[in-house]
Design a protein around this ligand. Structure first.
Ligand code: C2E
Ligand code: MG
Ligand code: MG
Ligand code: MG
Length: 281
């Protein structure tokens, strides 16, 4: 029966919209079970300073280890979790898990850099301050070793409330980044009112940066905007050395992408760090 349910849940992702609500319920059921039985885990992708090659962060990216379907990527379940509100307990778990993992790396002398955690719109609006404080305390992690990634749409939903929430977590000492920058609807005039540390150039502008002058122009504009607002800027989805050197010439500070490493299970991070420091990658 579990096998059959697993297959049915999978159909949710592939079938047309007609059966959507029935299948949504099924997926929702599976997600509830997954939350209750702890089927989620985090992978970690290194973030690199382009000039110095230093590892300046790790982004935590959620995976669902489904008993039938194997490792399910977030685009397959985060939207449904957002819709049902399950993303709130899932996100609280992720925040705590990421902070605890970062503390473990620090105590092992492996890494002293922030862990970046993606925050959903629901979590942001509901209880971000409380879960952030809780995660930092549970892990006994210094707040400057946590960075929260939020999207433009999360912030633009209710700008007044967003500024308050950002100010509260900023006062705790946590770092703040805007994820997928340039893809959402955001008013540039608000950027100066948000207490930000970093903009993340979306992967969609990086993919064709060498061949599409429009993408190159947008990436360049995001980099200059960040510089002029005295923010750090990181490019996501860097896959080739040519993309990296182009971004470097634009003045981009930091990068993450398959060129350096895909998101890795926690137990592969020590080996990555050793090989990276030895110059083997
Ligand atoms: P994101 O935060 O923009 O994460 C970057 C995505 O790009 C990740 O996909 C990562 O694996 C992928 N990526 C990184 N480098 C490369 C590259 O060089 N080439 C290509 N093709 N892809 C690259 P992933 O892990 O599938 O996550 C997708 C999205 O799911 C994330 O986008 C984020 O919005 C969301 N997400 C992941 N984990 C969480 C979480 O814990 N909470 C919430 N609320 N959302 C999450
Ligand atoms: Mg992100
Ligand atoms: Mg992103
Ligand atoms: Mg993205």
């Amino acid at each position: 029966a579990a096998k059959k349910a697993g297959r049915q849940a999978f159909r949710f992702f592939t079938q047309d919209m007609n059966q959507r609500s029935a299948e949504f319920l099924l997926l929702d059921n599976h997600l509830r079970k997954a939350v209750a039985t702890g089927q989620f885990l985090l992978y970690y992708q290194p973030q690199i300073d382009i000039r110095s090659r230093a590892v300046i962060g790790m982004e935590a990216l959620m995976r669902w280890r489904h008993p039938e379907l194997g490792l399910v990527p977030p685009n397959r379940f985060i939207p449904a979790a957002e819709e049902s509100g399950l993303i709130v307990p899932m996100g609280a778990w992720a925040l705590k898990e990421a902070c605890m993992q970062n503390k473990i790396w620090q105590q092992a002398g492996l890494l002293y850099a922030p862990i970046a955690v993606n925050v959903s719109a629901r979590q942001f609006a509901e209880n971000l301050e409380a879960v952030t404080l809780d995660a930092l305390r549970a892990a006994d992690l210094a707040p400057e070793y946590l960075e929260l990634e939020v999207t433009e749409s999360t912030l633009m939903d209710d700008v007044g409330a967003a500024i308050q929430t950002l100010n509260t977590v900023k006062r705790m000492g946590v770092r703040l980044a805007i994820d997928d920058f340039g893809t959402g609807y955001s008013s540039l005039s608000y950027l100066k009112r948000f207490p930000l540390d970093k903009l993340k150039v979306d992967r969609s502008f990086v993919i064709d940066i060498l061949t599409d002058p429009d993408d190159a122009a947008i990436a360049g504009a995001v980099v200059s905007l960040a510089k002029n607002l005295r923010l750090k800027v990181i490019a996501e989805g860097v896959e080739t050395a040519e993309q990296l050197s182009f971004l470097d010439q634009l003045g981009c500070d930091e990068m993450q992408g398959f060129l350096v490493a895909p998101p890795l299970p926690a137990d592969q991070v020590p080996d990555f760090l050793a090989r990276w420091q030895a110059g083997d990658i």
